[in-house]
Design a protein around this ligand. Sequence first.
Ligand SMILES: Cc1ncc(COP(=O)(O)O)c(C=O)c1O
Length: 373
Amino acid sequence: MKAEGIDVIDLSVGEPDFPTPAHICAAAEAAIRAGHTKYTPAAGIPALRKAVAADASRRTGREVTAAEVIVSNGAKHSLHNVFTALLNDGDEVIVPTPYWVSYAELVKLAGGTPVLLETRLEDDFKLRPEALAAAVTPATRMLLLCSPSNPTGVVYSAEELAALADVVLEKNLAVVSDEIYDQLVFDGRQSVSFPTLRPGLAERTIVVAGVSKTYSMTGWRIGWTISPVPLAKAMGSLQSQETSNPSSISQYAALAALEGPQECVAEMCQAFQKRRDLVAAGLRALPGIRIPEIGGAFYAFFDISSHLGTSYGGKPITTSVEWCEALLEAEQVATVAGSAFGAEGHVRMSFAASEAKLTDGLARIGRFLSTAE
Ligand SMILES: Cc1ncc(COP(=O)(O)O)c(C=O)c1O
C-alpha cells in the first residue's frame, strides 16, 4: 500500500524510529579508516567484551567479567547460541505468553519443546510463581523471561522476579533473561537484572542484551550474552564454526555506544515515555479496549476481544489477524495480531513513531471501532 502511495500509518515496527546517534556512526567510520575491517576473535573484540562487562557491572552492581560475555550478530543470534548450546532434544522451555515471536521457533530449531504458559491481562501479563511451579515437569530445562517485555511493555518489579527466582532455584531450572529493553523504562523505574536477585542465580542465568534498542542500532547487528564461563566458551566455539565474528565495524560502533556519552539513551527514553502517555490514554479512552500498565519498551498490547464477532465491509472479524487486516483496509493503520505472540484476542501497536503519527493512528483506530458492525 505504501508503494502505491497510500498514507499508511505503520505501528507494527519493533525498532526505535530515531537515527543511530552521530558519535556512534562516527566511531564506525573511524574504525573503517583505521583498518578494523578484518576478522576479529569469534566471540568479539576483547575491548567490547570488557566494555559490556563493565557496563553490566556498573548498572547492576554485579561483578561481570569479559570471559562471561559473548558478542553476537544481534540478540536474536545470542538466543540461538544459548538454545543450541544448552538444549537436548525434547528439553522443555517454559515461555510465558504473550511472548516475542522468535522464542518458540528458536527453541524448536534447537530441538527443544516450547511450553507456552498463558499469563493474563488481569495480572498485567506477569507470570505468577504458582503457575510456574505447576508447569515444571521432569523434562523442564529452562525458563524464558523478558522484562521489559516485547510485546506487552510490562516490567516486573524486583519482588515479582524474586518470587519467580525462588521457584527457579527450588526446581533447578536455567533461566534466559532477555534484558534487551532494560534501559527503556518509565516513571523512574529501575530495571532489575535477574541474576542479582538471589545467590545462586548467576550460575544458572543467561542474560541476553545488546545495543539494538538502547542505542537505536537494530541494523548494526550487535547483541550479547552474559553467562557462566563454561557456557560462554561453548557458545564461543559454536559461533566460531557457524558465523565467526559479528561485523568488526559494528563492534567498534557498539564499543563507542557503551563507552561514549549516555545522554542519547535518556533522551530516547523520555521521548518513549511521552508517547507511552499519549498511547495509553488514547487506547484506554476507546470502547472495550483494555491494556496492562506499560512500564517500558515501546509497545502497547491491547485486548480487542470485545470487538471480535463484528464485521467490516461484509467480512467477519473473528480473529486478531482479521481485525488487523480490517483496520489496515479501513483506516490504513498497520499493527500486529496478538496471535503472532501466542495471545489471540489482542493486538500489538508500537509507539516507535512520532507523536503526530500516533495521534493520527489512535484517531483512525477509534473511527474503525465505531464503523465496524
Ligand atoms: C525481546 C527481544 N529480544 C531480542 C530481540 C532481538 O534483537 P536483535 O535485533 O539485537 O537481534 C528483539 C528484537 O525485536 C526483542 O524484541
